[in-house]
Structures are given as C-alpha cells and as structure tokens.
Write a protein that binds this ligand. Structure first.
Ligand SMILES: [Zn+2]
Length: 400
C-alpha cells in the first residue's frame, strides 16, 4: 500500500480494488479515480498501470461514503463548543465512515447565535466535507432536550440573518409546522432548493400539509419528539404529522437507529410507505458529545451533564434521565440497520449514503460509486467495521 502522504499529493489515477458496491450489487472489481472524481468502475480500462497507484483491499467491501444529516458531536467534542471542536469532529468522524455531514447546531438566544455561527462558517474541513449547517431551532415548537428559552417566534429578519451567518455554507433549518406563523418563513428557508426539515412537533395534518406545500421536504429524527395526538373521539385513532408524512411518498425521513430512540417496526413501516420511487428513508446518528467512546459522563453545553451508559447507548441527561441525542456512530447505525431491519449491506449503506445525498440535492455527485461521482468511499471489513475512508479521492483515514 502507498503511504498516505504520497496518495494525497498525487495527481495520478488511483485504482481501488475490492468488493465494490455498484448499481448491480457487490462486484469484485475496481474503482478508478483522479483529481477527486471517479473516472471508471471496472476491471480493464486499457490504461497503463505503471502510471497508477493500485490499492487492493482483497475481499473487503468498498461502499459510498456515509452522509450524516444530523450530528452534534463525537468523542469529547461538541459543535456547540465552537470552531476548534468542529475541526476535530470533521476529522474524527472519518473513522466511522462519514465523508460528508451537516454539523448540527442547537439554538441560542437571539443576539448570540449570529456571531457564533460566523465563527463556525469560516472552518474549512480537512476531514469530512461540510455540506451546510443544520440549525435545529430556534423555530421549533417542542423543546425536546434543547434549552427552552432559546425557542423563537417566526421572524423573517432573523431567518435571513441566520442564513447570512452560515455563508459560504448553506443553512438547513429544522422547523415545526405547528409554530405560529411558520408559513411566513419556510419559503425563505427553502430558497435555492434548500431542504427544510420538520421535527420537534405535534402538528396536525393541515399544518403539516401547509408546511410541505411551502417547501418542507424531510422529517428528522422521525417519531422522536413527534408525540401522539390526543384521542378526541373515543374509538377513532387520531392522525397528525406522523401519518401526514407517511402518507406523502415525496417526503423523506431519517432515524436514530440505536435500538432505543425508535422501534425498528416503526422504521419498517416508513420503509413500506416510502417504497415507491427512490429511497426516502435515511440513517442519522444525532450523535452527541461522548459518542464513540465508552461509558462516561460529559457536558452537553448549556444543557448540563449527560451520561452514556455503554458504547453506542443513547445519551441521557443525568438530572432526569431524559434522552439527549445518541451515542451512535454511523458505521454502527449501518450495522444496526442490517440487524434490526433484516436488510443487506447494500440497502443499509444506501440509507446512509445515496438517500441522504438525495435529501440534500447532491445525489448527482455523492452517495454512489459510479463515473462522474466524487471519490468519497469507505472500505469495510467482513464485519462491516471501517478500514479506510476516502474523501475527494484522498485517503484520509486508515485503521491503525
Ligand atoms: Zn439533534
């Protein structure tokens, strides 16, 4: 194998051979790429192999890099702690197969958030690609584990200021369709085909449809902080945002598949509802500080102390034991999907790569191993643990 430093500086074609996830399932073949972009998938290219770096991973799996739409932290780092932590996180998540992500920011009080986002927006990742910032609030109705007094009224001027603050990255907002006057601000958030996520909500069917009509297109940590509507007519099962989203096959959803946040049967239900057309069910981590480490206690910003009981366990506030994100890593989420949903590796990987790429409107460049796509790939061993991670054609992680 070539040294990493050599591979990062080369302009030569790189050939990665192994058990490649193609459009026709796994095939023992090769992926060829140069200048960060896949040029061919197949054994024979007719090219002179002397001008290439050839890396053969044997029977290991070569799959598209994972894309995490929703993550707050990893190991001892938290996005909400600032740019130094963000830089560390972008590096560490390579180890778990993430090649692109939306760093997710908790809401702050008005006047504090703009300056903070500007400090994050100057970060240029040397690890996984930053595809935008996910703002989980302040325009949400139910706080969940977020700080209660950071929730804001629907204010168009504030939306514009937040969008401005994250430039050159885009702002992907999570909103609640039942927040007063939310329909005034969704079109601002959805401008330029930016996805708008729904979450932290007890919206009714009408409110949900109104949000969708204006551009809301995805539900994040679906079922979590989507409480059941009250029974108003004995004997009649009430419907609300969950049913409205399941009934609309255009709307995509994502799940924290750690075995606690959502029952696998509810994920299977969503997979059936979204079975027509391209996949609309995604895996996220919603990982918090402490994820990837062994059991321990950590400080989740202003939310106070949290605890992880075992590796991969949900994060819980020590004060009241309530859920506060997960201790998942994305490779574990993929393995969990295979086990809990009884699906194969290719389907589980698709939920963590092509499907989230589609949510973000980058499915023509990311999430698939095919000519013309970015060379963002993960090499997995026989037990589906990460051996290598490639971003933009550079080998940025190798298991030691
Ligand atoms: Zn979150």
């Amino acid at each position: 194998m070539q040294a990493i430093s050599e591979l990062q500086t080369t302009n030569k074609t790189i050939c990665l051979r192994g058990n490649v996830m193609t459009g026709n399932g796994f095939q023992k073949t090769a992926v060829w790429f140069e200048k960060g972009v896949i040029s061919a998938v197949g054994d024979a290219t007719g090219a002179d192999e002397e001008d290439m770096h050839i890396i053969d991973v044997g029977d290991a799996f070569i799959v598209p890099g994972f894309i995490d739409l929703h993550m707050h932290g990893i190991h001892q780092y938290l996005i909400d702690n600032g740019p130094a932590d963000l830089k560390q996180i972008a590096q560490i998540i390579l180890k778990y197969g993430i090649t692109s992500f939306l760093p997710t920011v908790c809401p702050r009080r008005e006047g504090e958030d703009i300056a903070f986002l500007k400090t994050l927006a100057v970060v240029q990742s040397e690890g996984a690609n930053i595809l935008g910032f996910h703002l989980e609030g302040p325009f949400i109705k139910l706080t969940g584990s977020l700080v209660a007094n950071t929730i804001a009224k629907a204010d168009p001027a504030r939306v514009k200021a937040l969008i401005e603050a994250t430039k050159p990255y885009r702002s992907v907002f999570s909103i609640s369709p039942d927040l007063d006057n939310i329909t005034d601000i969704i079109p601002l958030m959805a401008a330029g085909n930016t996805p708008v996520f729904m979450t932290h909500t007890a919206a009714n069917v009408m409110q949900t449809k109104a949000a969708i009509a204006l551009g809301a297109s995805h539900a994040t940590h679906f079922y979590d902080v989507f409480p059941c509507p009250p029974v108003t007519e004995p004997g009649v099962r009430p419907c609300g945002i969950v049913e409205a989203i399941l009934a609309d096959e255009q709307i995509s959803v994502d799940f924290i598949l750690d075995g606690v946040h959502v029952d696998p049967i509810a994920v299977k239900m969503a997979m059936v509802c979204k079975a027509n057309g391209p996949g609309r069910v995604c895996l996220i981590t919603d990982s918090n500080i402490g994820a990837g480490l062994h059991a321990g206690r950590f400080i989740f910003g202003e939310n106070g102390e949290v605890e992880i009981a075992y590796k991969g366990a949900p994060v819980r506030k020590t004060a009241d034991n309530t859920l506060a994100g997960s201790g998942l890593t994305m490779d574990q989420a993929v393995r969990n999907a295979m086990e809990y949903l009884e699906i194969g590796l290719a389907d589980a990987v698709t939920m963590a790569s092509a499907n989230p790429a589609r949510v973000l409107g980058v499915a023509d460049k990311k999430g698939t191993i095919a000519p013309g796509f970015d060379a963002d790939m993960v090499v997995l061993d026989a037990r589906h643990h990460v051996l290598q991670t490639w971003v933009s054609g550079e080998q940025r992680f190798v298991k030691g």
